[in-house]
Design a protein around this ligand. Structure first.
Ligand SMILES: *Cc1c(COP(=O)(O)O)cnc(C)c1O
Length: 370
């Protein structure tokens, strides 16, 4: 095979002329940020697409996550998962809260509600589960636990844009859900993010927190940050939203080809979408059991990298193993997360990935078996 670089993802972009047309008016108004027309329109478009009542846009998903915790005025411990991206835990720590790690489930790698409930104490103020790879958490169980213990429930829904469970949008679970519109996600605004939330009273708070805590022309009531989405990013979002269903349909073809190639292979687990969800095919995670497959995740990673194919060990290392959290967590207390992190590889996945490339990738992966 001739070596051609294949990266783990490739950002979705609208036709150039469509974007140029979308931003044309900005050259007349000279209004580039601070909740302009594009920002307002994207909020309306997303409320519609995500079927949610309340939304606030942000410069990125991470800032959105920090902001919602500040706006909710939380204090104490937040129970979350170590099997996630740095952002989830960092957001908790950076707003002065204490993360507590619970284990994940064997089947879909989302936070285990029973493990969460066992860790709740009088200092717990919130639960932050992650919809890993676009599969949804056990939202009923978490709603029940949060209600019984009087806790806030904030989902990291960065992977779950457009996903529905029994027809209900992923934006409508818990008190709030954070979406990331980073360039590598299923839907992007270059950089961007949003919080969708249940209580409409949060809207002015979130909008003020993302704008220095300014509450009026002559009043500043909070020590807020600067996390506003600008008009060029909002315009990109408006355009990309017109094509996102097409992009997801193309991802489905890619995903189904991968699954066909891996079905029935001993020691290979693909994390297929749950039966009750409308998936977005955000990632292509494959878990390798070295005993049964005959090669480790790291063997497969090295074989692909050797021919310029770039999968990702996502999520590895566990957040609880990060240098910056040394001594704070015990990764062996979350054994399922520890095992999955050591065995998972996410393979290249994007709408325009050609079938021949998928076959080339699968041939190399399957050729690793001893
Ligand atoms: C991408 C991502 C984030 C952060 O979103 P940004 O928009 O990049 O700030 C948070 N959590 C998870 C699980 C993510 O994948």
């Amino acid at each position: 095979m001739e070596n051609k670089t294949i990266l783990v993802t490739r950002s979705s972009m609208p036709p150039l002329d469509e974007f140029v047309k979308e931003i044309g008016l900005l050259w007349e108004t000279h209004w580039l940020t601070n909740m302009g027309d594009k920002h307002l329109q994207l909020e309306r478009d997303l409320v519609d697409y995500l079927d949610t009542d309340n939304i606030a846009l942000f410069v990125n998903g991470h800032s959105a996550l920090e902001c919602v915790q500040e706006a909710m005025d939380l204090h104490g411990k937040v129970i979350t998962t170590p099997f996630t991206f740095a952002s989830t835990t960092h957001s908790i720590v950076r707003v002065g809260l204490t993360p507590v790690m619970a284990d994940i489930r064997e089947d879909d790698y989302t936070l285990d509600p029973e493990a969460v409930e066992a860790l709740i104490d009088e200092d717990t103020c919130a639960i932050m589960p992650v919809h890993v790879y676009g599969n949804l958490c056990d939202t009923e169980a978490f709603a029940d636990i949060a209600a019984r213990h009087g806790l806030k429930l904030i989902y990291d829904a960065a992977h779950a844009f457009g996903v529905r469970k029994d027809g209900v949008s992923s934006a409508n679970f818990g008190d709030a859900s954070m979406f990331s519109f980073h360039a590598t996600k299923v839907y992007n605004t270059v950089e961007g993010g949003a919080i969708c939330f249940r209580d409409a009273r949060l809207k002015p708070l979130l909008d003020q927190w993302k704008n220095f805590g300014i509450t009026g022309t002559e009043s500043v009531e909070y020590v807020g940050g600067n996390a506003k989405m600008n008009e060029l990013c909002a315009a990109m979002g408006i355009c990309n939203l017109r094509h996102v269903d097409e992009e997801i349909a193309k991802r489905k073809v890619v995903a189904e080809h991968y699954w066909e190639r891996f079905d029935g292979v001993s020691g290979v687990t693909t994390c297929k979408p749950q039966p009750d969800i409308t998936p977005n095919y955000a990632y292509m995670p494959v878990v390798f059991d070295p005993e049964r497959f005959g090669a480790t995740r790291d063997d497969v990673y090295a074989a692909l990298m050797a021919v310029d194919i770039h999968p990702r060990k996502y999520f590895f290392p566990l957040v609880s193993d990060y240098e910056c959290y040394e001594g704070l967590f015990d990764a062996s207390a979350t054994p399922v997360a520890q095992r999955v992190a050591s065995q998972v590889l996410t393979l290249p996945m994007y709408a325009d990935l050609p079938i021949e490339d998928i076959d080339a990738i699968c041939d190399i992966v399957l050729g690793c078996r001893r």
